[in-house]
Design a protein. Structure first.
Lengths: 292, 196
């Protein structure tokens, strides 16, 4: 029986052309938010409709797709988006960072260094870094046009006045190529330095807010700070409890109701890979069985 | 063969996808030569690569400007109308895309749409078919590690000065795609060019 099929990668061709044009402009003006006619997707806003539309517009049959949600390959959002593209684009999917040509991410950058052949697609909830300081789009657009970013520094200064330090820990604003202030999406500020001079192309899609922006490879991405309060990333006191990694981003996992907890890698692929190579943390237990 | 309805992508979907990825890589890595694997065969003098880019990016939402030679060619206009459905314009500053079949026909860059400070994306993307001659240049800017010395099929004359002016208008300005014999080279408005 002949049943109706979706177009390759779900979106119709006119929609893809529209998104592709927006992506090209975004690459040409790094950090600038290009408006686009975001479509309804078969998933609710907040589940990565922007990232999914960007991925659907660039993906081809030879791509290998990885999807992560807070660094994990095995959480609901990641699993369902991976399954979506396996079904509508029949592409190969993977959980291994180095095998992927397109990595769609919700709020983390993989620990493994990305390379020239890769594209990182971010799912972005609020693309406008000035939105909570100035709710009017007409005004924020003017502020970007005039490069008027004093308000953002006032916000960071107020952090210091209140808390004695810059208390922003995620969605930490960056300046791209010395021109546009950009929201790096709600990644922990730990990941900000990885955006700077990245070998991989970085594309950002905000579905509900209808914006696409980009950071080309080898582009300057500087986290905003002050001379006497320089930008700092998070540091963790203990290594990953499973793989013993240090210098990676860790999640706290509550173990019982008596205050027991452990810190484990947020990047599950990195953690599994380390354990397969024999690295053991203090709570690793028995050796991990080889992946089937 | 009917030159109007023949000559599109054999595979509409994957043809456009592969050309787009080449163009995206070209703009993300300025100066790199990306190959366009396309079976698009538009009527001359519309180069196959110009036709492929038009099929990939132009449709009823985009105003297209054609150089005077292309605009006067009925077969080319009919082919673009049939395959892209893009409205043509003679107002060069309003065009989203400009297709230029010969460097001699390239207007001054500041005549194209530059976008506005608030909407720098509303500018013209110029797709230019270039010849065999190349110039030794050094490129700098986003997408380029340190700097990149290469030979590029750039237009002659005062092009490099014009491009420097284009760069000073940032974030406004035009983006340029140079196409020839199955390849595309991208020059986004952020790229700085100096003669090596």
């Amino acid at each position: 029986m002949n049943i109706a099929k979706y177009n390759f990668a779900y979106l119709d061709e006119q929609t893809k052309r529209m998104i592709r044009r927006a992506i090209l402009k975004a690459i040409a003006v790094p950090g600038y938010q290009v408006p686009f006619a975001s479509r309804e997707m078969p998933m609710p806003y907040g589940w990565g409709t922007g990232g999914v539309q960007v991925t659907a517009s660039i993906i081809g049959p030879n791509d290998v797709l990885k999807v992560i949600d807070q660094g994990a390959d095995d959480t609901t959002n990641a699993v369902s988006i991976r399954a979506f593209f396996a079904k509508v684009a029949q592409v190969e999917v993977t959980t291994h960072t180095e095998e992927a040509t397109i990595i769609q991410t919700r709020h983390r950058i993989p620990e493994a260094k990305l390379t020239e052949g890769q594209v990182l697609v971010y799912q972005v909830p609020i693309p406008e870094p000035l939105r909570f300081l100035e709710p009017r789009e007409t005004e924020t657009r003017k502020m970007h046009a005039l490069e008027e970013y004093g308000l953002m520094h006032v916000k960071l200064y107020e952090d210091i006045a209140k808390h004695g330090r810059i208390a922003t820990t995620y969605a930490y604003p960056v300046k791209v190529e010395g021109r546009y202030v950009m929201d790096p999406s709600p990644t922990p500020k730990f990941d900000n330095p990885k955006m700077h001079m990245s070998e991989a192309l970085q594309l950002f899609g905000a579905g509900r807010e209808k914006r696409i922006y980009a950071v080309p490879p080898y582009t300057e991405v500087v986290s905003l700070d002050f001379e006497d309060h320089p930008f700092e990333i998070q540091h963790f006191e203990e290594p990953c409890a499973l793989c013993g990694a240090t210098g990676v981003y860790l999640d706290e996992v509550i173990l019982d109701d008596k205050g027991g907890h452990m810190f484990v890698c947020s990047d599950t692929d990195n953690c599994e890979d380390r354990r397969e190579h024999g690295h053991r943390g203090k709570l690793a237990g028995h050796a991990l069985e080889a992946a089937e | 063969m009917d030159t109007t309805i023949e000559g599109g992508f054999a595979d509409l979907v994957l043809g456009a996808q592969s050309v787009f990825r080449a163009v995206m890589e070209a703009l993300a890595r300025p100066g790199s030569v990306q190959s366009i694997a396309s079976d698009a065969l538009p009527p001359a003098p519309l180069a196959p690569e110009l036709g492929a880019v038009a099929l990939t990016l132009c449709d009823h939402d985009t105003l297209v400007w054609l150089d005077p030679v292309l605009a006067a060619n009925e077969a080319v206009v009919a082919w673009l109308a049939f395959h892209c459905g893009a409205p043509l314009t003679s107002d060069i500053g309003a065009a989203a895309f400009a297709l230029v079949s010969d460097v001699a026909l390239l207007p001054a860059l500041d005549r194209f749409g530059q976008g506005t400070d608030e909407y720098p994306d509303r500018s013209t993307t110029v797709v230019l078919a270039v010849g065999a001659g190349t110039r030794a240049v050094t490129l700098k800017g986003p997408g380029i590690k340190d700097q990149f010395s290469t030979e590029l099929p750039l237009p002659g004359g005062d092009f490099i000065e014009q491009w420097a002016e284009n760069r000073t208008r940032f974030p406004r300005g035009v983006d340029l795609l140079l196409v020839r014999s199955g390849t595309v080279v991208g020059l986004p408005r952020t790229t700085r060019i100096s003669e090596a």
